[in-house]
Write a protein of this length. Structure first.
Length: 238
């Protein structure tokens, strides 16, 4: 299995970093391969908004860090130690509801992805992912986004759509504007494109999206799209 290509500098200046501010994203890396974990920690720590970036090398450390630090994002190796990574993701969901889980894995089976998403995982990425994409995923999950490999996304959505629908129309709780935002998501538009399409600012679209996720009882845009499809919403011609 490949690994994330990172460059570790041996001559980084030793300086004390400023204390994290409210806009920073705290990250916990859970990986029992010390060299990989520490190299990735060094790479992520270069991002000005990712701090602190801590490492846990076994399940006990993961649980302790989550319970004490409540990191914004847990980056978890699917093959982590002898403990079930999905079980650790479930623990994070219970012990720290605000923590979002990013899973690094060499497995891309749709059923495994769906199970992980239903268990609280917000991003499912190959361990060979480029550092820049991992950084985007870390930032994205804190905004309610979900990340799934494009080659399995269609199968994952089909699986989610095939799940038993709710008895009542879950979309009835949305305002007309929130439905427009959701429809644009179903149509495949990005946040920037939705803003342009609806003549809104990206911040306003973000607010509508957060309100919509809360009302629908889901944690990501992927889940909201799947729920919309199960409820009968279909992509429009554009």
């Amino acid at each position: 299995m490949g690994v994330i290509p990172v460059h570790v500098s041996t001559d980084l200046p030793r300086m004390r970093r400023a204390a994290p501010d409210a806009g920073d994203i705290s990250v916990l890396l859970a990986d029992d391969h010390a060299l990989f974990a520490e190299a990735l920690q060094t790479r992520l720590s270069r991002e000005p908004d990712l701090r602190p970036v801590r490492v846990a090398y076994n399940a006990e450390q993961v649980r302790a860090r989550i319970s004490r630090d409540h990191p914004a994002v847990l980056v978890l190796d699917m093959a982590f130690s002898n403990d079930s990574a999905v079980a650790l993701a479930g623990f994070a969901r219970e012990a720290s509801p605000t923590t979002r889980v990013v899973m690094l894995t060499g497995v891309d089976a749709p059923n495994s992805v769906v199970s992980a998403l239903q268990g609280g995982v917000r991003a499912w990425l190959p361990k060979t992912v480029k550092p820049e994409q991992l950084v985007r995923a870390i930032r994205g999950v804190t905004r309610g986004e979900a990340w799934v490999p494009p080659d399995v996304l269609g199968q994952v959505l089909n699986t989610l759509v095939g799940l038993e629908p709710q008895q009542a129309d879950p979309l009835a709780v949305l305002t007309p504007r929130e439905r427009e935002v959701l429809q644009a998501m179903v149509d495949g538009f990005s946040r920037v494109q939705i803003a342009a399409r609806l003549h809104l600012s990206t911040n306003t679209v973000r607010t509508h999206t957060q309100n919509m996720l809360s009302k629908l009882g889901v944690h990501s845009t992927l889940e909201s799209v799947a729920l919309a499809l199960r409820s009968g919403m279909r992509a429009t011609d554009h």
